[in-house]
Structure formats: C-alpha cells, structure tokens
Design a protein around this ligand. Structure first.
Ligand SMILES: Cc1ncc(COP(=O)(O)O)c(C=O)c1O
Length: 404
C-alpha cells in the first residue's frame, strides 16, 4: 500500500507544542463564564482616535514609502525613538543596536535561533513565560529552571546554570507570577551572572505598567555587553500592531538581522510609521498613566475580593504593576483538576503548572485583572473562592448541589 502521506516532519517540528494555555482557554470561553484567564491587555486602553488620525497622516504624507518593502532593521525614526527612550532609563544605546521586531515574541524566536544549538543549556525562572519556552523549544535546548523566591531567581542558585547559553529573565511584573525584582536583587543577580559568564536575556513588556513607583533600572544597564533586552508596544499601545524591539550588543546585531531577514524580511513598515507618528511628540507620557490608573483600580478590586472570598491557607502576591496575580492554593489542591468545576460555577483562570520548565507546582494559578470590570472581578473571585472551598471540603459541594 502506498504511504498515505509523502511528508516527513522535521525533528524540530516534533518539539513544537500547542500552547497549553490556548487549549485551556478553549474550555474557558463558554458564554457567561467570567474569564480571569486571558493574558490580553484591556481593549478599552487602545488609543483608537490617535491611531485613526496617525494612519490618515501617514497615508497622506508618505503613502508609497509606507506601503513599500522597507529596511530589515526597522523604520529609522522609530529605532531612534527606542534608543532615546532606553537612554532615559539608563541604557545608553544608539539606534544601530535597535532591531524592530514583529512583536517581542519574534525577538524571543530570533534570540533562540541565534544562540541555541541542539542540546545547549538555557536557564529560566520558575515559573516563566510560557511563550518563551515555546519559542525556544524548536531549537532543542536543555532548559534549566533556576530556584526563585518572591523577587525572582536567587543569586546563589545561578551556579546550577553555569555553562548555559543565557539566562532568560522577566524582572518587572513577571508573567505569570506578577513579581518584581528589587534593585538590590538586580545588583546581586547580575553580579552573580557576570561572575560565571552567564549572559542575560531581559524581557520587559510590562515595565511601564507600574502602579505606585517605577521599577528599578533594567538589568541590562548593569551589564550592557552581557545583555540582550526585549521591549514591546503591545501593552502600552496595542498588541495587534505586532511591534516590539530587541537591543543587543553590536557584535550580535548582524546575526539577529540575518535571522530576521530569513523570517519575514522586515516588520510591517506601515505599522511602524503609524506608531512613530502616534508617539513622536510624547503621546505615551499622557496615555500610559491612564492605563496605570485603570489597572491599579482593577488590581485593588481583585486584592479586596481575594481577601474577602479565598479560603484560609490560600496565598497570593499583591502585584505592584502589570496584569497578574499569582495564587497558591492550599497544599494538596490541584489547580488544573479544579478548573472544570470553576468553569461550571462560572469563573476561569489559568493553572500555573505549565509555566514551570521543571517540577511544576500543581497548586498554583494565574489570574488576570485587566479585562474585567471591578464588580465582575468581585463576582468571579467569589465563585473561585467557592470552588476552592468545595475542593477543601467535598461535603460543601454536596450540600450546595442539593440546595442549588
Ligand atoms: C513576558 C512576555 N514576553 C513577550 C510577550 C510577547 O509580546 P508581544 O506582543 O510583544 O509579542 C508577552 C505577551 O504577553 C509576554 O507576556
């Protein structure tokens, strides 16, 4: 009998996984379910009018340039804007070290392509951003999870990552844990990494979304030649633009650029021009504070609801920026096993286990507070509290089923 398919998949394709979160989100998308699961920014923050006006101006002033193929490095004025912005944060770079990418997700892929050989080690936080694990996986690394506390990796634990190609870090309002690294931890961690020659890939899509005070300066300012920095416009403007950037040491830029050319020639020039038109005169200085104020109120609503409704023995951090709470259920509970019942009651979240490269912690879960209004957050957390309460005391579920 002839072979039913002439195709044979590459080994790297075998390494590609569906995003576990996307699979989970499918069951959470039932009508009527309050979703605290998504990782999306609030669409109410998208600057629609500013985008509309800037789009009209670009189409009026430079329509043919905007619609033509463009430079792989990115639109020069946007690269200059990024370089100036980073210099204000203490990372003195010129535009030649800025590569505009199709979202920072593409930056992760390019970094993986350029730095990872099959079998080489890379080190990540526990837990870490699932999309980064997905981006790196096809390059067949051996992923080492570094021990962490509420501020991120423990400097003393870095010895386990010795010899790794890089350490992937999210110092600000981490996805998924919401945690933020203090200045002293940043100093100690970079010093420890530097002492063992372990370069750092710093991913910072949430750093501008602080609630009370800006986070400490980027890790990359402490060791510029040993760092690659990734930024994004997704959380301060809109993710549909697919605009991010990579800042890398000069010696690495040609290889990143070649990888970028092979991937997509360049990031859409039209989007780059529109975004530059929106932000060139300081728009973000007034826009981002409105996002912060909105998310802060939602954070407060979720904190109050957790305090009111979660059974004793449940722990959570209080994020000082970003989009997520990280919850630890009482020991012995399994957030993945609990999800179907929570959805049945009318609330969804993301279980924490898939965010761990090794030794998943089954009792953890991630809650997003940014796409749901404060009164709905309150109702959602009340339902979550009920689901957890039932799991702790199955008799309670039986009673509630009888009275329902
Ligand atoms: C930590 C982290 N890095 C990168 C990304 C990708 O962002 P972008 O939209 O810029 O591709 C995300 C998206 O949620 C994220 O949470």
């Amino acid at each position: 009998m002839p072979n039913p398919t002439p195709w044979q998949l590459a080994r790297r394709a075998e390494r590609m996984n569906p995003s576990v979160i996307r699979e989970i989100l499918k069951i959470t998308e039932r009508p009527g379910v309050i979703s605290l699961a998504g990782g999306l920014p609030s669409p109410d923050t998208f600057p629609v009018d500013a985008m509309r006006e800037a789009t009209a101006r670009v189409l009026h002033d430079t329509p043919r340039e905007a619609l033509q193929y463009a430079a792989s490095e990115g639109f020069a004025p946007l690269r200059e804007w990024v370089a100036a912005q980073m210099s204000r944060q203490g990372l003195a770079v010129d535009a030649s070290r800025v590569l505009i990418t199709t979202g920072s997700q593409q930056g992760l892929d390019l970094v993986g392509k350029v730095l990872i050989d099959a079998g080489s080690r890379i080190a990540v936080e526990s837990p870490t951003y699932l999309g980064a694990l997905q981006a790196f996986a096809p390059y067949e690394p051996e992923v080492v999870g570094v021990e962490c506390d509420d501020e991120g990796p423990l400097p003393d634990a870095l010895a386990a990552a010795r010899g790794a190609r890089f350490l992937y870090l999210l110092p600000n309002f981490q996805n998924p844990s919401g945690r933020c690294m203090g200045a002293a931890r940043r100093d100690a961690l970079v010093a420890a990494a530097r002492s063992i020659g372990l370069p750092i890939v710093e991913d910072n899509p949430y750093g501008d979304l602080w609630f009370d005070a800006p986070p400490p300066a980027p890790l990359s300012t402490r060791w510029p030649e040993g760092s690659v920095y990734l930024g994004s416009f997704s959380k301060v403007l809109a993710p549909g633009l697919r605009l991010g950037y990579v800042i890398a040491p000069a010696a690495m830029m040609p290889k990143l650029l070649q990888a970028k050319q092979a991937a997509d020639l360049h990031t859409p020039g039209f989007n780059q021009r529109v975004v530059h038109e929106v932000i060139r005169d300081g728009f973000l200085d007034t826009h981002v504070p409105t996002i912060r104020a909105r998310y802060r109120a939602q954070r407060d609503a979720m904190r109050a609801a957790l305090e009111a409704h979660m059974p004793r023995g449940t722990r959570w951090n209080v994020p000082v920026g970003g989009m997520f709470f990280w919850v630890e259920l009482p020991e012995g509970l399994d957030a993945t096993a609990l999800l179907p019942r929570a959805v049945e009651l009318g609330v969804a979240y993301v279980p924490g286990a898939p965010f761990f490269a090794a030794e998943p912690r089954a009792n953890t879960l991630r809650l997003s507070f940014v796409t749901v209004a404060p009164d709905v957050i309150e109702r959602g957390i009340a339902l979550l509290g009920r689901a957890v309460g039932e799991a702790l005391d199955p008799a309670r579920r039986a009673a509630s089923t009888l009275t329902a």
